[in-house]
Design a protein around this ligand. Structure first.
Ligand SMILES: Nc1ncnc2c1ncn2[C@@H]1O[C@H](COP(=O)(O)OP(=O)(O)OP(=O)(O)O)[C@@H](O)[C@H]1O
Length: 481
């Protein structure tokens, strides 16, 4: 890896790595910098934009107004190339004068926005639940629960069985292990259990064990006391376990928890007591644990990467969420639900799917499961030029999937994508089994996503609608780098 030369290189690298479009203009509104993401979206070369007035480069921009007013505009909608995009326009002040402005275009972050909104709702819900202890019960009844088990979408037999089991689990305080591929709804189900359990008045605390660097995980989970380490906050800090007191602790990606932390978690499960890092006293914590993973814990136990005793402690009630491709009848329900949600959010109430689109999407494999479906609906709705979304609006990886299917199926109609399961079964040679075909397809989709993301794995994972750790696993499995 080349050493990064100086701060200018670092800045350029940061700008060009971001997937938000960034434009910098001087006090006269002339473009001084535009990053790769923005250039790619506008389909322009950097040389063609530098020095030009921003109004000659970006449609419907108001960045020159921001230069005049000096007032930032955050989260505004701007129509570019027929699509509504969310932008920030930030003036740069120096010595009491506006010397330029930065425009940030967040053109692919609808799902991020929704996730923030979802989290805020959960936080608000938790807050209101905390305060509700002192208000009359009618107020509690009026509270809108964010996710109940019944609200989660799914009518297939497998899902109905899981919902029934989840309801039973909610009535007990025991540990639940939720398994299933990334994006199948493990956290949604965990929230459903929480809000229907005796812990519902307490907080739902979610910890992603894969997202926290190993050295920080202990302090994050168990908290720390005053002076536990250099830079430790004065007065110490409670850990996530303590914060989940009287509520639910959701340990996501538990399979990624390092062995030494597994031992500490096991001790907590046995004693129900925690000791903050650098602390001497023990604190009793009453919380229900729901753990989740997309990894094969049994294989990890056999391979010595996951403690057997912890596995048995966690695996008291096991709920396995099947991948979306094995419950295809739920796809139209999910499409309908998210179409309504997204079109409301984007203020495009008339948008609908061509019936053929739903039929096609039912045949897609959804490697990123429901998360990928949600993301796809967001992309389709936000980029739709006309109210009726057709197959021509599909993102490239979907079009490619159906082209491949067409290639493998016979006969195909003139439109090329009129596939129905009864008439156009994929022609799979006897030597190939379904698993092989699916793996080949998955490999192609991943390769394409990596190419599209110029090798940036986080971006590729985002495009695929899967978690980064899942992408790494798949790359390893397929020997891709
Ligand atoms: N049954 C469902 N009904 C409606 N939306 C769902 C359902 N299940 C999941 N979703 C949506 O799918 C997305 C992914 O769900 P969730 O985060 O629960 O998946 P996960 O299995 O925990 O993923 P990961 O393993 O990557 O953490 C979220 O946007 C969620 O709202």
């Amino acid at each position: 890896m080349h050493a990064i030369q100086d701060s200018a290189d670092v800045l350029q690298l940061i700008l060009d790595t971001m997937y938000e479009g960034i434009v910098l203009v001087d006090q006269y509104g002339r473009v001084r910098e535009m990053n790769q993401a923005y250039l790619k979206l506008l389909n322009l070369e950097k040389e063609a934009v530098l020095g030009k007035h921003v109004t000659d480069v970006i449609e419907n921009t108001r960045i020159h107004h921001v230069l005049e007013t000096g007032i930032p505009e955050r989260g505004h909608l701007q129509r570019i190339q027929g699509h509504d995009m969310v932008v920030h326009r930030i003036p740069i002040w120096q010595d009491g004068k506006v010397i330029g402005a930065v425009g940030v275009l967040i053109f692919e972050s609808m799902s991020d926005l929704y996730r923030i909104i979802e989290r805020t709702q959960v936080m608000l819900h938790n807050e209101s639940q905390k305060h509700s202890a002192s208000v009359p019960t009618e107020h509690v009844a009026l509270q809108k629960r964010v996710y109940t088990i019944d609200e989660t979408i799914g009518q297939t037999h497998a899902i109905k069985v899981i919902k029934q089991m989840a309801k039973k689990a909610a009535k007990t305080p025991v540990t639940v292990l939720v398994t299933g591929e990334s994006g199948t709804g493990k956290e949604v189900l965990a929230q459903g259990i929480h809000y229907e359990s005796a812990f519902a008045n307490g907080p739902f605390v979610s910890v992603n064990c894969a997202a926290i660097p190993e050295p920080l995980l202990e302090a994050e989970l168990f908290g720390y006391d005053d002076g536990a380490f250099t830079g430790a906050r004065k007065g110490g800090k409670p850990g996530q376990i303590e914060l989940a007191h009287m509520g639910t602790l959701f340990l996501d990606e538990i399979g990624d928890m390092p062995l030494n932390m597994q031992a500490k978690l096991l001790r907590f499960l046995e004693d129900k007591e925690i000791q903050r890092v650098g602390g001497v006293t023990k604190r009793r914590v009453h919380t229900r644990i729901i753990a989740a993973t997309n990894r094969d814990l049994e294989a990890m136990v056999r391979g010595g990467q996951f403690r057997e005793d912890l596995y048995y402690r966690l695996n008291i009630i096991r709920l396995h969420l099947p991948p979306l491709r094995s419950r295809r009848e739920d796809i139209p329900l999910l499409l309908e639900f998210y179409l309504e949600q997204v079109s409301k959010h984007l203020n495009k109430p008339d948008v609908c799917f061509d019936s053929n689109v739903v039929q096609l999407l039912m045949q897609y494999d959804w490697p990123g499961n429901i998360r990928e479906l949600v993301h796809t609906v967001e992309v389709l709705v936000s980029l739709a030029d006309t109210p009726r979304i057709t197959k021509h609006d599909f993102p490239p990886h979907l079009t490619k999937f159906f082209e491949m299917q067409n290639h493998e199926t016979s006969p195909v109609t003139s439109s090329g994508v009129e596939l129905t399961p009864s008439t156009n079964e994929p022609t799979v040679s006897p030597a190939q089994n379904v698993r092989e075909v699916m793996a080949n397809h998955e490999m192609t989709v991943i390769r394409q996503a990596l190419l599209d993301a110029h090798g940036n794995k986080s971006l590729a994972a985002k495009k695929l609608g899967i978690h980064r750790s899942t992408l790494y696993e798949k790359l390893k499995r397929y020997g891709l780098r």
